[in-house]
Ligand binder design. Structure first.
Ligand code: KIV
Ligand code: NA
Length: 278
């Protein structure tokens, strides 16, 4: 499979070929996603929730994103790897933003970055793009703003918010963004925005009309077998249940001396046995 490029992603939008994206945070999960044919892999700051067990994405640091991005890019041969810029790492001076994105690209070897927000970030998107950093925008539910928004809820539910979101999406596109993630908005709004952009929209909880879809690794594989199933997630494998059952069987086998069996051991030769037992 040829490496996915920004040119390829634009062609996919133009030819109406859906873009499949998933998050990954380490070497082996990224390798499996890449080998399965995923077009884009996101080292999301959702790692704060699913890897670190935090309540939100806010505590995730730039160093942590870089650490995970290194593991992912080491594994990936074809997918376009994007890393999230963490909370408050792109809201100061353009120098600060460029420095932080530069570290993700240079140290993490990402092919691009994603940031949450609209029109207000146009200067940052433009500066990054001019510096050689492909940028993906993120509109709708933007988890880094959870304390401003007041919870994880569907966004863009009135016409004023809908108009504002389109304006934001167009401003990102105008500034050079290569794609926009639309999170937790109505299907109608996602379709309306998708139809008015020349760059791809990647939806999560945003319906079937987006140019691509993204899901969180742990959600789509039900890594947490006790997690409440989110409405917008489809589960493709019961990984968490398989792991929990596996551990349970292992504990039982050890306690009942079923493991290890003869096939798992090593036999000494006669000389050693002679020595051990006389
Ligand atoms: O961090 C993340 O996983 C994301 C996706 C939900 C788009 O930003
Ligand atoms: Na994110």
């Amino acid at each position: 499979r040829k490496p996915v490029t920004t040119v390829k992603l634009q062609k996919m939008k133009a030819s109406n070929e859906p873009i499949a994206m998933v998050t990954a945070y380490d070497f082996l999960s990224a390798r499996l996603a890449d080998e399965a044919g995923v077009d884009m892999i996101l080292v999301g700051d959702s790692l704060g929730n699913v890897i670190q067990g935090q309540e939100s994405t806010l505590p995730v640091t730039l160093d942590e994103i870089i650490y995970h991005t290194k593991m992912v890019t080491r594994a990936v041969k074809s997918a376009f790897v994007i890393a999230d810029m963490p909370f408050m790492t792109y809201h100061g001076s353009l120098d600060h933003t460029l420095h932080n994105a530069g570290r993700i690209m240079r140290e993490g070897l990402a092919k691009g970055i994603k940031l949450e927000g609209g029109e207000e970030l146009a200067p940052a998107v433009k500066a990054l793009t001019l510096a050689g950093v492909p940028v993906i925008g993120h509109l709708g539910l933007t988890p880094q703003s959870v304390h401003v928004i007041g919870g994880y809820r569907v966004q863009g539910k009135n016409s004023e918010q809908a108009r504002k979101m389109l304006k934001d999406a167009k401003a990102l596109q105008e500034a050079g963004a290569i794609a926009v993630v639309l999170e937790l908005i109505t299907e109608e709004l996602a379709e309306w925005i998708t139809n008015q952009l020349s760059i791809p929209t990647i939806g999560i909880g945003a319906g079937a009309s987006c140019d691509g879809q993204v899901l969180v690794f742990h959600d789509m594989l039900a890594y947490d077998p006790d997690d409440r199933r989110k409405k917008f997630v489809k589960v493709y494998a019961e990984v968490g249940r398989a792991i929990r059952d596996g551990f349970g069987d292992y504990v039982n086998d050890v306690k009942s001396r079923k493991f290890p069996s003869e096939s798992h051991g090593f036999k000494g030769d006669n000389e050693v046995l002679q020595y051990l037992y006389g």
